[in-house]
Design a protein around this ligand. Structure first.
Ligand SMILES: [Zn+2]
Length: 134
């Protein structure tokens, strides 16, 4: 049972925010406190916390579209498995990326060395070709 109104700083999006019908003080209550009667901190009169117009969160509405409970559990289970598989994949990929980045610096030095060696080989081949042409 929730018996206190929320402080302004503690209000979240799902809370019920309304004005006291007696003193018009702005009041906030956790959604679970809907329908309970609590003394207003402004005028000390008992105030009934209104029931929000849409007490059913959207996520719950979406879930009911899955049909019966067994289907729901099954789809939650397979979603869970997919999430686990994806999480493992992501971890593997980011490890590969780290390895790759570590290799990259090493490789770029190797590549420029190879490139200059290929350049020398190319020059040598050009010379041989020229000699054969003569
Ligand atoms: Zn009041």
């Amino acid at each position: 049972m929730i018996e206190e109104f929320k402080q302004k700083k503690d209000i979240t999006e799902s809370d019920i925010v309304f004005d006291c019908p007696n003193c018009s003080k702005s009041l906030a209550m956790d959604r679970r406190g809907a329908g309970s009667t609590i003394d207003c901190p402004g005028c000390s009169e008992p105030v009934r916390v209104p029931t929000p117009p849409d007490p059913v969160p959207d996520t719950y509405k979406d879930l009911t579209e899955y049909g019966d409970m067994e289907d729901l559990q099954q789809s939650l289970l397979s979603s869970r498995e997919k999430v686990d598989a994806l999480t493992a994949q992501i971890a593997e990929l980011s490890k590969k990326q780290e390895d790759f980045e570590a290799q990259r610096d090493k490789n770029s030095a190797t590549i420029s060395k190879l490139r200059s060696e290929f350049g020398s080989i190319q020059d040598a081949l050009d010379n041989i070709y020229k000699v054969l042409q003569e």
